[in-house]
Design a binder for this molecule. Sequence first.
Ligand SMILES: Nc1ncnc2c1ncn2[C@@H]1O[C@H](COP(=O)(O)OP(=O)(O)OP(=O)(O)O)[C@@H](O)[C@H]1O
Ligand SMILES: [Mg+2]
Length: 390
Amino acid sequence: MYGFNVKYLKTSMLLLAALVGLVLAGTYLPRVVFFLVLCGAFLLTMTIAISRNAFTQTRDEDPQVATMPLRREKKFSVARPRRRRDPEELSPEATVSLAEERRMADIEDVFTALDRQLVGLVPVKKKVEEIASLLLVDRVRQRFGLQAPRPNLHMCFTGDPGTGKTTVALQMADLLRRLGYLEKGHLVHAMRDDLVGEFIGHTAPKTKRVLERAMGGVLFIDEAYYLFRPGDSKDYGQECIDILLQVMENDRDKLVVILAGYRDRMDVFFESNPGMSSRIAHHLDFAPYTLNELLAIGNAMLERSSYYLAPEAELAFRDYLTIRMEQPRFANARSVRNELERSRLRHAHRLAADLEASRSKDDLMRIEPADILASPLFATSALAAVDPRT
Ligand SMILES: Nc1ncnc2c1ncn2[C@@H]1O[C@H](COP(=O)(O)OP(=O)(O)OP(=O)(O)O)[C@@H](O)[C@H]1O
Ligand SMILES: [Mg+2]
């Protein structure tokens, strides 16, 4: 608060010197010469101010920026062992309960939300639990004053579309914030176009902007393998990857990067970018859902919005999914959600077709087989192209 800033002292000294100079010149120089000196000093000051301003503005556009540290970056700041944050260090004889620590971190809500939002996904939820346990133990170790490097938390989520990657990433960001590993715990979603420019000098500022938005939270890079285009000499993806690698290392106490995409493509990406692979600490694989899981997901989605499938409608929906799973652009739970939204539309249309009929609460909640079977999917053969709205 009472800090002393050398910059302000220098400015004051300069102003004082200019004032003294002006007074002396005004006293001893003839009027005309004094006027010329005054004009010269004014022009010189303006030129310096304008050039400085122009230099500051163009500096960000310099392609060299890729090699320049980010504004918030502190080189070599992360690998240092941390001291515990708790001012009251526990004595070596003290004991702690991890259950109590878990309550103090208030992370139960995250697991409840994961269970409520996501049907199945047992291996993924188990992995999230494991990461939480690692961080919980790390927190307790810090309370005992045990020095420990911050664990690497960059992750890779692999799986087909609509298997819950983004949903889990959001909960992961919240979990890391509650455990004190991220300051804000927000999630910034980015794809190749958000990070890589099309012209020389565009990529570094673009990547830098996204990184600055993500600081304190999670940067979720969807279909990360598109960052890398082997054999394309005009591609700037590698420049973006280099910046990411640098920030993932130097700023890993402020930012967690999650790379997401199809598993096989991600494997190829890591083979070509061993630096990236070595920075990823946790791999979470999201398996495609089985038919029964998709049905359970559909029922859970309907229940959340106070609808349900009549028993015959459930059979019709099972048939729908059996065909849809074999179609192109099938997107697991997202396809389920989209089809159920269309069924609700048909349900409402069916009820509205007879405006005078009296409807019970149950009528307003129950999806009938007709609401499912009216899907164009049943009208076309299984091999025909389906509605692209997955
Ligand atoms: N296991 C599940 N239970 C219930 N709903 C689910 C489940 N998995 C996904 N969903 C729902 O499906 C939709 C898509 O999920 P999400 O966006 O997390 O998938 P994604 O893997 O990120 O997809 P993409 O790769 O296409 O981005 C969301 O509405 C989500 O709530
Ligand atoms: Mg997603």
